[in-house]
Design a protein around this ligand. Structure first.
Ligand SMILES: N[C@@H](CCC(=O)N[C@@H](CS)C(=O)NCC(=O)O)C(=O)O
Length: 219
């Protein structure tokens, strides 16, 4: 698709992925924020396997979400939500100004690389007891890393909030909103007090799309 414009069609996009997946929920949340129509099909744990040949042909790394927009087949949730916001031309969620854009993306990337790794131990291992993450050393390390990372977010929001990049809600708040929801749901170890994260959680909860897909009772 390099060099081609995004598909302009009235056909709803297709979202392949179970709606209890952390990464699918990001896409659903953004669609609701932007008023994007979609059709969702259940794939992933508990549903049709991502290892089915039909799914692997769409996503060789066998993970949800996959989004199909016209001829374009997309994977990687953060990349997908950037695409959807850019296609909608939504300057609030994803500004075209390169510096503002980078300020958003640096948080999204850090969450994807560091925080998600910590959550593998603390949540996938420590709460879901899912192999191969259910290893005591890995769980303990994940919990330590999660506390370390959430202290960074707590201090950042206190100094620079109320949203991740300051005064307005942007794409950076989508993965962060899911992380913070999980932070308040994850159990099995002592967590420090995080009043700024609690205030941020309440602020995001003013958004119906967050209540539908982020703070919706799931961890
Ligand atoms: N980096 C990928 C990660 C995707 C991912 O880890 N997806 C999980 C669900 S949150 C998955 O497909 N798990 C296997 C399954 O549900 O069968 C993204 O952000 O889209």
């Amino acid at each position: 698709m390099a060099g081609q414009a995004a598909p302009q069609t009235d056909t709803p996009i297709r979202i392949l992925g179970r709606n209890n997946s952390f990464n699918v929920r990001k896409v659903l949340w953004v669609c609701d924020e932007l008023g994007i129509d979609y059709l969702r099909e259940d794939y992933g744990r508990g549903f049709r396997a991502c290892t089915e040949p039909e799914f692997l042909a769409l996503n060789p790394v066998a993970q949800v979400p996959v989004v199909i927009d016209g001829e374009a087949i997309m994977r990687e949730s953060n990349s997908i939500i950037r695409y959807l916001a850019a296609k909608a031309g939504n300057e609030d969620l994803y500004p075209s100004d390169l510096v503002k854009r980078q300020q958003i993306e640096q948080w999204m990337d850090w969450i994807a690389y560091d925080l998600t790794h910590a959550l593998r131990g603390a949540f996938l291992g420590g709460v879901l007891r899912e192999a191969p993450w259910d290893n005591e050393w890995f769980i303990e390390q994940g919990r330590k890393d999660l506390i370390h990372d959430m202290r960074i977010v707590e201090a950042h929001l206190g100094a620079n909030g109320p949203y991740v990049t300051g005064d307005t809600f942007t794409l950076a708040d989508i993965p962060m909103g899911l992380v913070v929801n999980r932070w308040f749901k994850v159990e099995g170890f002592d967590k420090p007090e995080t009043p700024n994260l609690a205030a941020y959680y309440e602020l995001l909860s003013e958004r119906p799309a967050y209540l539908a897909h982020g703070r919706n009772g799931l961890p």
